[in-house]
Design a protein around this ligand. Structure first.
Ligand code: ARG
Length: 533
């Protein structure tokens, strides 16, 4: 029977059947019809390993299914994903699931109304079925969309019960409601955030078991996944639209999880004797995109491949020939594949400049030490600190290394008080070559051990001293004192000791200590001392 004939038969049967009373089951997804298979090739059924269907989903990549977060009901090993099979009565193995990644901000704030209700399911093997493209915008209010699933085809309002689900995929149309109308419809206690969308039409809706399934716009090559079936009160109840997770709001997380990562950035290859030290950074393209699992470094000329852990972002390539140029490329990796490569060139050299030390010298300042090989006569240098993906560059300075020590100390200013990698850039004949880098530990903020105390006899005509106590924290530490009379700083009174005069009689005297180091500034004040007459 052709689809048109079948539809006619269904219609006739429906007409022949007695009309349902108001309390009886709302007919049929709700109000839908068997879906045209060529329209829903990307729709998948989530079933238990015994073949009982409980949710739906959409194939967004050959190995990834997008579904609802609340569809995490069974362990990966106890479920199957049935792809490309609208009729679930036909026998099928279904695809095995290796991993379920629920949206990191999935939350069931109001029972039955989950937020960020999305989950990605990784299949053991890629499947050859059509993929659905993600919509990149919220659909306009009033737009008519289509939703499909194997869920209940009826809902009984009288006892809030769901009818049997459908063995064949069914679809129906729904109209996009404005969020304001939807919030007003549902009334107090239900919040519908901007990353969800409501849709309904009289007597047409998704229902229990349709969760995770696709809400789409367009047809054929134009089809776009707009939403994921999330929740609703009852099914097709007047004034209670279906609520869907909005795909366009979550593209970052979906793409970040299902596609190869973004490429590394800011690659540098610092030369040394027969080696290149390669460093790079990686920027999160958007908040919810996961980090790569690792990186792969390749040297084009030698075929060397080095795999690097995600946290390291640095590799040393050895066994290279000095004076020869090497092309080094780095890609980021995840379970979906490799990013595009980021490439740089490096020339290993004998007697390169090597940063031998890096030390904090104060708040926001550090010093790099570099040993200068004998054959180097003069240099133009600047410091570079990398903070995340940002480089903090010092000014270029001409330096003639002092002949005897062949050692230079280069000040670096304007640093944040955090762990940094520091290197120098050396200009040689118009070419800027980075040196190997040195690490600077995160400086520790000064902290007082014991107490700030006033010692001596606090009486007019006598002198008192301010003992600062013992301080920890990254050195060097700079100490400033200020004497306070009745809680107010005494102008100019910043010495280690203070002579007391008539104006101090009866006053409360305190000593305030401010200690500044590379890790920051900390203040402490002594207990008050009353000045006797
Ligand atoms: N939460 C339901 C499920 O688990 C689907 C809800 C859709 N309801 C609706 N009225 N649109 O299958």
């Amino acid at each position: 029977m052709g689809p048109v004939r079948r539809l006619l038969v269904a219609l006739l049967l429906a007409l022949a059947a007695p009309l349902p009373s108001a309390a009886a089951a709302t007919p049929r997804i709700i109000g839908g019809e068997p879906a045209a298979p060529d329209q829903w090739g990307f729709a998948v059924a989530l079933t238990t390993d015994y073949g009982s269907q409980f949710c739906a989903g959409s194939l967004v990549q050959p190995q990834w299914v997008l579904t609802a977060g609340h569809c995490r009901i069974y362990a990966a090993s106890a479920m199957r994903v049935v792809v490309g099979q609208p009729d679930l009565r036909q026998p099928s193995q279904g695809s095995e699931v290796v991993r379920m990644i629920r949206h990191p901000d999935y939350r069931m704030v109001v029972p039955g109304a989950p937020r960020n209700d999305l989950m990605l399911i990784r299949l053991r093997d890629p499947v050859a079925a059509p993929l659905v493209a993600l919509a990149d915008e919220r659909p306009a209010t009033g737009q008519v969309l289509r939703v499909a699933g194997w869920g209940s085809t009826s809902y009984n309002r009288a006892d809030d019960s769901f009818g049997p689900s459908s063995p064949v995929l069914r679809d129906t149309t729904v109209r996009v409601r404005s969020t304001d109308t939807c919030v007003a419809d549902y009334g107090a206690g239900v919040f519908i955030p901007q990353d969800m969308v409501c849709a309904s039409l009289p007597r047409q809706d998704a229902c229990a078991g349709d969760s995770g399934g696709p809400l789409v716009q367009g047809r054929g090559a134009e089809v776009r996944l707009v939403g994921v079936v999330s929740w609703g009160t009852g099914c097709a109840l007047p004034g209670y639209p279906g609520v869907y997770a909005l795909v366009s709001s979550h593209r970052c997380w979906i793409n970040g999880t299902t596609l190869p990562p973004r490429a590394p950035v800011q690659l540098v290859a610092a030369p040394a004797d027969g080696t290149l030290e390669v460093e790079w950074a990686w920027t999160r393209p958007c908040d919810t995109a996961p980090e790569p699992d690792g990186y792969r470094v390749r040297v084009a000329e030698t075929g060397q491949v080095v795999d690097v852990a995600a946290t390291l972002r640095r590799a040393t390539i050895t066994g290279l020939v000095n004076g020869q140029a090497y092309t080094v490329s780095v890609t980021a990796l995840n379970g979906n594949g490799e990013s595009t490569p980021a490439t740089t060139t490096g020339v290993p050299a004998t007697a390169p400049l090597v940063v031998t030390g890096a030390a904090w010298t104060g708040l926001g300042t550090a010093e790099l030490t570099v040993d200068v090989p004998p054959q180097v006569e003069a240099l133009r240098l600047r410091s570079t600190a990398t903070r995340g993906t940002r480089a903090i560059l010092g000014p270029w300075t001409e330096l003639a290394p002092d002949g005897a020590a062949r050692r230079l100390r280069i000040p670096v200013d304007g640093l944040p008080a955090e762990a940094l990698r520091l290197r120098l850039e050396v200009e040689r004949g118009g070419l800027v070559v980075p040196t190997r880098s040195a690490a600077l530990e995160r400086p520790i903020r000064p902290a007082l051990i014991g107490k700030v105390r006033i010692t001596g006899t606090a009486a007019v005509g006598r002198r008192v001293a301010c003992e600062i106590g013992r301080w920890t924290g990254t050195r060097p530490l700079v100490v400033a004192r200020n004497w306070l009379r009745d809680g107010r700083a005494i102008r100019g009174a910043t010495g280690r000791s203070l002579g007391l005069g008539a104006q101090d009689e009866g006053a409360d005297l305190r000593c305030r200590v401010t200690v500044t180091g590379p890790g920051g500034t900390t203040r402490a004040t002594s207990a008050p001392v009353a000045v006797a007459g």
